[in-house]
Design a binder for this molecule. Sequence first.
Ligand code: ZN
Ligand code: ZN
Length: 836
Amino acid sequence: MMSDKEFKKLFRKEASKNYQNYFPVKALKRNGFERHQCKKCGKFFWSIKERDICGDPECTGSYEFIGQKNGPEMGFSQVWLRFSKLLESKGYVPIKRYPVIARWNPSVEFTIASITDFQPYVVSGEVEPIHRMLTVPQICLRFNDIDSVGLTGRHYTGFTMIGQHAFVPKKEFNQEKYFEDYLSWFTEEMKLKKDDLIIHEDAWAGGGNVGACLEFFSKGLEIGNQVYMFFERDHAELKELDIKVLDMGMGQERVSWFLSGKATSYEVVMPSVTEYLFKVTGIKKDDKILKKFVPLSSLLDLDELENSDETWRTIANKIDVNVNKLKSIIFPVQKIYAIADHSRTLLYALTDGALPSNVGGGYNLRVLFRKAMDYGKDLGINLDWKMIFRLHSEDLKDMYPEFLDNYKDITKIIEVEKQKYFENKKKASSILTRFLKNKQEVEEDELIKLYDTFGITPEDVKKEAEKLDVKVSVSDKFYSKISEIHENKEHPTQTGTRKFIEFDEGLPETNKLYFEDFGLIEFDSVVLAVKDNFVVLESSAFYPTSGGQLHDTGSINGIKVVDVFKQGNLIVHKLETKPNFKKGAIVHGNIDAERRTILTQMHTAAHILNGACKKILGNHVWQAGAAKTTEKARLDITHYDSLSAVELQKIEDLANEIIKRDLPVNKYFMNRILAENKFGMTIYQGGAVPGKKLRIVEIPDFDVEACGGTHLNNTSQTEMIKIIKTSKVQDGVIRLEFVAGKRAIELIEKENQIIEELCRLLNCNKEHIPGKAKELFELWKKIVKKKKPVESFELKSKESFEGDVLKETAKILKTQPEHVIKTVKRFIDDVKKRLS
Ligand SMILES: [Zn+2]
Ligand SMILES: [Zn+2]
């Protein structure tokens, strides 16, 4: 299949040939724009003035907006406030931003554009948008330009894309209006003369959709891009979309920068943090050099630039300054700007629940953190993260008040990350010494490995290598490469290896009876298909394995059901033997009630526990995975540290408190967009869920999730939750193993039996068990291990213990709770033998 890039190229030809069909030509002409073709790049563009070169800085050679005021001053937040107000008067409803972690969207980890908010279901037309015309100030994270941040004046890892969107039936799609509405932003608010606008024709392809777009340039800077999505790609064919989409994205940072005419955008966009960093580092910037450097810096931004020395020399020549002097002026300033950007991105991501880690997108956050720390060190300061977060939050409060409310919480996450950073640095030097021994040259692959495995940066390697005369080759795009490697590893997909069962085509979706009541365990239904041992019914109360919950068992017409799974929108029952009934028969289904009840208790318990973790540990907690079997269940949560005994106890106590309170567990279907708006994106605890409607499982004022599992009717039916074990399964992910309901009660009974037996063996009360066990262990070591003679065997400890006696005793004896009795018996026997 043709790639988006190739397709875009192809479609661009068609769009320029029949441009009347794809661009708002009437509106362009009405406003005085004429069509021209660039002599340099061949692109078609529209401008009022007669021009033969387009507005791209690659053709014009430079930015022309730096060093002069280009319009009224607009602080960062002001841009959004004024844009949204202007467009509201033209019918676009301003909405709140979506989180930067795109939990609702199965194709990306982070939100990368304003349109990400509406993919895939609104764009595909499956789900009605909340408003047909809207604007949104969407924070986006992108890591592919990480090395250019601070250098080019315009690159960020976290930025706001202001979106102007419309999702309407094709007849209502009013391209002329959308164009003129956006044009009014330039003329009415930015106060630009239309003469200063150059509007490029281009094609656009992405995510299976194809369209045309107009790029708005002024004085060499691209400010916005208005995409008109017309088609859906079906192999090489283009199909007209049922719903047409307007996708205008404008970089908010760029607008502030452009209007100010300052050398770089960073001080205009993040005034408090940059001012603070210049103050504490004592670095003075050379505005004259910067103003000359920034317009040329895009030369350093070429993607494939492997060796930039040559480019640096060219730039230095143009500015007429020595190349080393130029670098010594630029690099410290770049570091300040990069710290400002990286810390702001971390503020965005951590507030929305992401954590630095060594996998997936979390890895990029760790890279940002470490780069910022390294830069701080280079500049001679220890970064005060709390201060930096507060300053950013204050700068942002008019448009994003949420950061000022949350920045203190995320400082805790940073503290843990800081410890890891310093531990790494400590280990780094000995690893490096060993690594560099007998080496002549270090290649980039090795640098990547060193960074990935030990967090050792190329800069660290260079410093050590210089001392030993070892050559190091590192590209200027090192961190972008690192980030790309990790982005490609994202999203492990859960694809089963199950064989596809071929039934007759056109079977209707199975009517699912288990949604209504978990107590429904008997039902009748018509058989729709039989293939070998596999049966599809019109309706079924059998729960298929999904959402981490195991399938039901039971029987259909007396034949055992051994597996139940989903295939498309069918529920498929696997029977133990070939059935004696055929398509069209009416059969009776019977579900194993005990198994169903246990699984349901485990599932509702997982929701309760997840809610409790959030309340106790903080809003950064997300479910990272879950599994419920009949023996036990597990819940993986995102958290930046391991759990202390106190935290664990608090979580378990709160969970059991929720059970005691007998809260209702409400289950109902709700329109996706309404649910997102009412409860927020935290409903996607289990990941992205397909479909127009979501099944909501709600424990009022405690936990709300989109979930298709079987659930109890009220929390008290969970009976009890007991956490058995916790472990760290991955950096930033903690696993809680637990039991609930019948299994929890069984466990408690078993534990009580063990405690009774221990009381008998050690001849004491429950609270004295740990003390006596400790004494016994000491005695045993003395007699058996050190072979010291002992006269009598009497345990005298009166130490009293409050808390989980069994867990404590197991810890003292360095064994598992279920082995405590065996261990105590063995110690007693051993000691007694030596006595005689
Ligand atoms: Zn051009
Ligand atoms: Zn669930």
